[in-house]
Design a binder for this molecule. Structure first.
Ligand code: FES
Ligand code: FES
Length: 405
């Protein structure tokens, strides 16, 4: 690890500016001197793959790489890693292209609850990158710095031994390190770069690079067609004004224009009786008079996360227009457990409400200050009505088939 930058005398609660690279993303943040690196990674940057067990350097759950060597993130203060190159478990592999160690842990059942797995992965990466010819009989001792509560050691040793044999000349480097947007929990942080003109304040300023959506099936995949009374040209004027468009989205609030098509904002969503509040960023990736595509990612203040790709297409229809909204939403964390059906119903209601607000705004109505998200009761009533309508349609179709037969 690089020699830490001398800080001079700093009080425990005093903020210190620190810059480092994490999984290939340059980060600058201002943190109280006593904030641990594990807390900064998890809470400021949203990298919750680094688990925290004992916070005393005993369990090894928080193991990360600092300048290529394993280190306990709970035993380092964030301000100590100024200038360092950090890799966390998120940087090891991609969901669609896992690191050989991650694949081997899966293959050999090297995890049960998985709480120790990030620590074991980073610790075994450190071991194999420094000692590729480690003997199998030495693995239990070499890996003894991480504790597994589920006693899954046999599978872990098998997995690490398997990777060591498969890569005698050295283990492949971490495969998911690239500059990208990081969003902290509760909006408390992100990757950030201070400028002379605007020194870093308590709230960090993002320099987004990329939003990468996961591959595979999204949690929510909805298409909503809405007929609007406004003409395509009138709707195009709303589509061209991103802050105005954002005000039409229920619960959304655009808080900052970051330039180059990037925006920071907040969104409130009600999933049944649960109210979620997301902080995040969005990027407009395609924009024309009749089509707009944006990608967004945010973190719920309770620890859940969401990523989405939303496409809006407007076309002439009768004397007005038709707007098609396609949304693919990936939910992670505690909110991923919500039923797809409920989450899909909520999204559908939101886009219907959005289309009405766009239509009214396009027709010249005073733009809404902010469209409130639909309440739980209204969503439930709408959802029940939808299902009732679907059942009725199916019943009528079955009756018609029986009569025809
Ligand atoms: S949480 Fe860091 S060693 Fe236990
Ligand atoms: S798999 Fe549960 S703690 Fe190790």
């Amino acid at each position: 690890m690089n020699t830490p930058r001398p800080l001079g005398r700093v009080e425990a609660g005093q903020d210190v500016e620190v810059s480092f690279t994490v999984n290939g993303t340059p980060v600058t943040m201002k943190v109280p001197a006593r904030v641990t690196l594990s807390d900064a990674l998890r809470d400021r940057l949203g990298l919750t793959g680094t688990h925290v067990g004992c916070e005393h350097g005993v369990c090894g759950m928080c193991t990360i790489l600092v300048d290529g060597d394993a280190a306990r993130a709970c035993l380092l203060f964030a301000c100590q890693v100024d200038g360092a190159d950090i890799v966390t478990v998120e940087g090891l592999g991609r969901p669609d292209e896992m690191h050989p160690l991650q694949e081997a842990f899966g293959r050999h059942h090297g995890l049960q609850c998985g709480f120790c797995t990030p620590g074991f992965l980073m610790s075994s990466y450190d071991l194999l990158s420094h000692e590729p010819d480690v003997r199998r009989e030495d693995l239990p001792e070499q890996l003894s710095g991480v504790i597994c509560r589920c006693t899954g050691y046999r599978g872990i040793v098998d997995a690490v031994d398997d990777v060591a044999r498969a890569h005698p000349d050295g283990i492949p480097a971490p495969g998911n390190c690239a500059a990208r947007t990081l969003v902290g929990r509760g909006g408390g942080g992100s990757n950030a770069t201070p400028t002379d003109a605007a020194p870093v304040e308590d709230e960090l300023r993002a320099v987004p690079r990329e939003i990468t959506l996961p591959s595979g099936e999204p949690t929510i995949d909805v298409t909503v067609d809405s007929e609007l009374t406004s003409s395509p040209e009138e709707v195009a004027r709303v589509l061209a004004d991103i802050p105005l468009l954002a005000r039409c989205l229920p619960g959304a609030e655009l808080t900052e224009d970051l330039g180059d098509g990037w925006y920071r904002g907040r969104a409130k969503v009600a999933l049944g009786p649960i109210r979620l509040a997301f902080n995040g960023v969005a990027q407009v990736v395609e924009h024309s008079d009749d089509r707009i595509v944006l990608v967004a990612q945010g973190e719920d203040t309770g620890g859940g996360g969401a990523q989405a790709r939303i496409e809006l297409v407007v076309e002439p229809h009768g004397t007005g227009s038709r707007m098609r909204a396609d949304a693919r939403v990936f939910l992670v964390g505690r909110i991923a457990g919500f039923g797809r059906s409920l989450a899909g119903d909520v999204s559908r209601r939101m886009f219907e409400q959005f289309a009405r607000a766009v239509d009214q705004t396009a027709a010249g109505a005073e733009p809404p200050a902010q469209v409130e998200p639909p309440g739980a009761a209204r969503l439930l009533a709408g959802s029940i009505a939808d299902r009732f309508r679907r059942l009725l349609t199916r019943g009528r179709a079955a009756l018609a088939r029986r009569r025809a037969g």
